[in-house]
Ligand binder design. Sequence first.
Ligand SMILES: [Zn+2]
Length: 532
Amino acid sequence: MSYMALYRKFRPSEFSEVRGQEHIVTTLKNQIKADRIGHAYLFCGTRGTGKTTVAKIFAKAVNCEHPVDGNPCGTCAACRSIAAGTSMNVIEIDAASNNGVDNIREIREEVAYSPTEGKYKVYIIDEVHMLSIGAFNALLKTLEEPPSYVIFILATTEVHKIPVTILSRCQRYDFRRITADVITDRLRELTEREGVQTEEKALRYIAKAADGSMRDALSLLDQCIAFYLDQELTYDHVLDVLGAVDTEVYSRLLRLTLSQDLPGVMEQIEELVVQGRELSQFVTDFTWYLRNLLLLKTSDNMEDVLDVSTENLKRLQEEARMIETDTLMRYIRIFSELGGQIRYASQKRVLVEVAFIKLCRPAMETNTDVILDRIRILERQLEESLEEIASGGAYLYQNSGQQGHRREAFPAQVETEAPPPAPEALPEDVEAVVKNWHQVTNRLHPLLRTYLKGARLKALGGGKLGIIAATPTGEAFLKEEAHLREIRNVILQDTGKEMEILVACAQTDPHKDVGAIDIEQVIHTEIEYEDE
Ligand SMILES: [Zn+2]
């Protein structure tokens, strides 16, 4: 026996099997019981929510010889021939491929003949928004004066594309996205029937990934079962098949963000990209993660609502204590905006990186909700410097940790007392910095790194470093005091020396400003520097 996709195999054949659309099913059943059937229905809603399934059950029910409580009996000749797809009374049209005037004219001609058997001819037009304007007009004529034995069921995912003239002639039914709970229950029921062992968490994950679509959920389940045939379907298996990111990654990213460790965040993103993760999905999942945190933070007894493992819950609770509610709201705002943009973007990675920069550096944003965050960061820095002063270690830039440098996103913005000045750099320090320049740039702000990419370096006399920007814009950017300060700070961490930096531009003044040249090091050859 050939394999049959789950969503075909378990397609509901009567109203009671339809999940998550009770409001629609009840109304339709009542119409059938009261024999008050309309002639034009519009079923709208996202894909996989049961529009065509309900349309077919409805077609069966109106033609059934002895319906039971509005449901088709499933055994009479009419029910059987409709189920087998051989009935002349149910005509399914895919408007995506039959969208012309002629297709609709054909229907109009056919409509003139009453059914040879059964009570109703039911026309199910799927993706009806795809019809041309001419076709809509032709359809409208039929809808204006439908023969008593004809029912039109128009189905669409994009109701805003349907002309008002058509809308006004139809009874409209909005199919809801199906909740993760309802989908999970259905998946459990079907896997039990199929004799497939599953972990509850695995089914939950599939249900959530399907985002309201039962058909998608069943297709995903199919994929997972096929991949791990005759094995228990575990959470890990599902993650594996769906290419999903385990929640630990979000936790790591969040903690790095909270400590404003931008280089660490960038490393994590790099890792995701290397692993071949789909970044739009990642953005959706991370937003969901933040939403869970918010729920946990703002209400009690949320543990049951969040379906996460005990160990993940512990981690979440810990993080909820680490983050302020308004910070969390700001993060969610940035990520939901990103979710809207990223789907069709070509530079997905850049967008994700920029979003994290915004999270780490509220100073770069202008929204009002960042102000609290900025104040909080300043307060914390103030507190830290006070503590350092109190403990006698007032020097902000000592090497710490095995990294050999301190990852500080906000270097020295708050200094209650100036640290003792570091010694000035010597020519050999400059040479060392020029040689190991990538180690410096690696730790800089990504924007700074971008402008430094085309730049060239010169070790100047007197322990000064010359940076020759490729463009005037780059020059102006690098010359800004805050940016120079950032570069100097990184150098300070490495050498323990204060290095004077001069910036010039290769296009405008190759020699001016830069001073006498001792050694010349070309670090990037994309920009040719011409010596006369
Ligand atoms: Zn029947």
